[in-house]
Each structure stands twice: as structure tokens, then as C-alpha cells.
Design a binder for this molecule. Structure first.
Ligand code: ATR
Length: 275
């Protein structure tokens, strides 16, 4: 039900048509019987500042931010929290009753909640995670893993210099940097996470050979669905964790802040979003 008094939120991206967030939030709104709506907001990069400033005037409770605006939005906000500062990006904004904009980043939270739910006990897996990729998504995953108690992290990337600058960003936490094709660097992994964009187009995997990885180490992907990477990992005997759960969990804090109820995360949600 959407009345004249409906609570409004949305997701800003360019393009935004691929986003699963409207489907997810509107499903929860309906399920909980909340008078509200969540809209896709396609905003060109050159219009980002104007669009963000308009949303409090239009009565929005807040919004999500997706590609390519997650960094650029920061200069248009009144405040950002520690998680957003450390990750260097904002994905969730709340608008106060006086119209001020507060940014946070729930990607690290979403990644860790998904991991905890998918694996009965994450603690043994936090000893030495190996992360593939060194972009924005890797920053969120590393922030989450360090916060959850990881002891050391190995970072594999096609461009090692980019991984080295990420390691420096999280210093003095120990992050070891290797090229993406350095298979030996996988030998002490207690968890392997793909944060590269390989697989986003439905094909390809950042690594194909899991023979150096201990069989009990879970393999996670932040790309949605059953990726080639996860199929290979499963065939090699690893427990696997799909990225769709991260998308669902990262949405929970925003929904609760804007609409006042904490939505439930169920296995059926992932199937609904991917159908
Ligand atoms: P995001 O913010 O989503 O993490 P990004 O900042 O563009 O996206 O980072 C993409 C990651 O995928 C990077 O680690 C990138 O490696 P480089 O740093 O070497 O560019 C990795 N990546 C993308 N395409 C790749 C490919 N074809 N082979 C290997 N790595 C790739």
C-alpha cells in the first residue's frame, strides 16, 4: 500500500536498471505491510550533487548509492561514519528530519553477516583469509574481516601495486601482497574470497586451480549467483558462499533506519532475487 504519507527511499546509480535493491526493499515493504516505496533513481555523474540535495526536499528518508557514485557522493553529505571513512565509500545514506545527510557503508557488515549465516562457525576461517582483487569491494571485505578478528590477510591482485597501496591503507594490520597467478600464496588460506569483477558478466574465474587450497577452506564470491568460480570451488570440494547473501544483508540497516522495522533475511529471498 502506498498512501500520500508513504515513507520514501531509493537507490542512486548510473545505470541503475541492473540493481536488485528495488526488488528487495519493495518485497520487504509488502511483507511487513509498511506504507512506503523504494525507487530506482538513475542519476548521471554530472548531476549527482543536485540529485542528492533534492532528496531531503522531496521528503526522502534516505537512499542507497551504487556504481559509479559510491566515492563521489561523500563530498555532498553532512557527515560520514568510521566504516565509510575506512572503506573510502558510502553505500547507505539517512536523511534526518531537519534534512541533513549522514553516510555509512554497510558492505563490510553485509559480507560478514552473510559469511556467518552461510558457515556455522566463521572463527576458524578468520585465521588467514586470502582475498582476490584490490578494488573498492576488497576494501569493504578487508575492513569486515579485520573487525571480525582475522589474524593476517593475503591479497592477490593482477596489479600488485594496487594491492600494496591497499595493504598500506590497513597498516599495521599484516597484509601480504602477491600477483593473482601466484598459486603458492593460497596454500595457507583458511578462506578464499573473490572480490574481482571477473564473473560479473557470467563468465570467467579469477583462479581455476584450487589444488593448493586446503579442502575445508570455504570459498566466497561477492558476485551474485552461482559463478564459474564457485562452481569450480564446489567441484574441488570446498564449502561455498554466494554474493547474493551479502547484497541482502547489506540492505538490512538502511531499511531499518528508513522504514523503522528490521526485515527478516531468509534463504527464499536469494531465490526470489535471482529468479
Ligand atoms: P570494485 O570497486 O567493484 O572492487 P574495481 O575497483 O574496478 O571494482 O576493482 C576491480 C578488481 O577486479 C581489481 O582488483 C581488478 O584488478 P586490477 O587492480 O589489476 O585492475 C580486478 N580485475 C578486473 N578485471 C580483471 C581481469 N580481467 N583479470 C584480473 N583481475 C581483474
Amino acid at each position: 500500500m502506498i498512501s500520500g504519507g508513504a515513507a520514501l527511499a531509493g537507490v542512486i546509480g548510473w545505470p541503475v536498471a541492473h540493481s536488485l535493491s528495488p526488488k528487495l526493499h519493495n518485497h520487504w515493504l509488502k511483507e511487513l505491510g509498511i506504507d512506503g516505496a523504494y525507487m530506482p533513481l538513475a542519476v548521471r555523474p554530472e548531476h549527482l550533487g543536485q540529485a542528492v540535495k533534492a532528496l531531503p526536499l522531496l521528503g526522502f528518508k534516505g537512499f542507497n548509492i551504487t556504481v559509479p557514485h559510491k566515492q563521489a557522493v561523500m563530498e555532498h553529505l553532512d557527515s560520514i561514519d568510521d566504516a565509510a571513512r575506512k572503506i573510502g565509500a558510502v553505500n547507505t545514506v539517512t536523511i534526518s528530519t531537519s534534512g541533513t545527510l549522514h553516510g555509512t557503508n554497510t558492505d563490510a557488515y553485509g559480507f560478514m553477516e552473510n559469511l556467518k549465516n552461510a558457515l556455522s562457525d566463521t572463527v576458524p576461517h578468520l585465521k588467514h583469509p586470502v582475498i582476490l582483487g584490490a578494488g573498492g569491494a576488497a576494501r569493504a571485505v578487508i575492513h569486515g574481516l579485520i573487525g571480525a578478528g582475522a589474524e593476517e590477510i593475503t591479497l592477490l591482485n593482477r596489479t600488485p601495486a594496487r594491492a600494496a597501496s591497499l595493504a598500506e591503507h590497513f597498516a599495521p594490520f599484516p597484509i601480504h601482497v602477491h600477483p593473482l597467478d601466484d598459486n603458492k600464496a593460497l596454500s595457507r588460506a583458511t578462506l578464499v574470497v573473490n572480490t574481482t569483477s571477473i564473473g560479473l558478466d557470467g563468465a570467467g574465474a579469477p583462479i581455476h586451480d584450487f589444488s593448493s587450497v586446503e579442502r575445508q577452506a570455504p570459498v566466497a564470491d561477492i558476485v551474485y549467483g552461482e559463478t564459474a568460480f564457485l562452481t569450480l570451488a564446489k567441484a574441488a570440494g570446498h564449502p561455498t558462499v554466494s554474493g547474493i547473501g551479502m547484497l541482502i544483508h547489506q540492505a538490512v540497516p538502511g531499511f531499518e533506519a528508513w522504514f523503522g522495522r528490521r526485515p527478516e533475511v531468509t534463504p527464499a529471498l536469494a531465490r526470489m532475487l535471482l529468479s
